[in-house]
Ligand binder design. Structure first.
Ligand SMILES: [Zn+2]
Length: 104
């Protein structure tokens, strides 16, 4: 039995292999182009930035944001909108978690 073709987790092209992500202790499949651009899966990148805050991102991480937007054909404006939505979602999730803890 053949394994399914490995697809890049960033852009969906044929992946070169699986590697450690710059987003944390996690691995994704990357194609050569996404590796070159330091791109990461868009949703995970947005989640990571929403969690740590755009103003807290290190200089090198700005290249990851740029590369990810380039490889996923997204504008910086779209990224900022998605980032705000993700922050609201995370906050809601946190409040729900806290109210569950308090109701115990
Ligand atoms: Zn790719």
């Amino acid at each position: 039995m053949d394994l399914p073709e490995l697809k890049c987790d960033v852009c969906g092209q044929k992946a070169k292999g699986v590697g450690a992500s710059r987003l944390g202790a996690i691995s994704f499949a990357y194609c050569s182009d996404c590796l070159k651009e330091q791109a990461e899966p868009y949703g995970m990148m947005v989640f990571t930035v929403a969690d740590i805050g755009l103003e807290s991102c290190a200089e090198w991480f700005k290249l990851v944001i740029q590369g990810t937007l380039k490889r996923t054909n997204k504008t910086y404006e779209k990224f900022l909108i998605d980032l705000e939505e993700e922050k609201v979602r995370l906050e809601k999730e946190y409040e729900e978690m806290m109210s569950e803890i308090e109701s115990d």
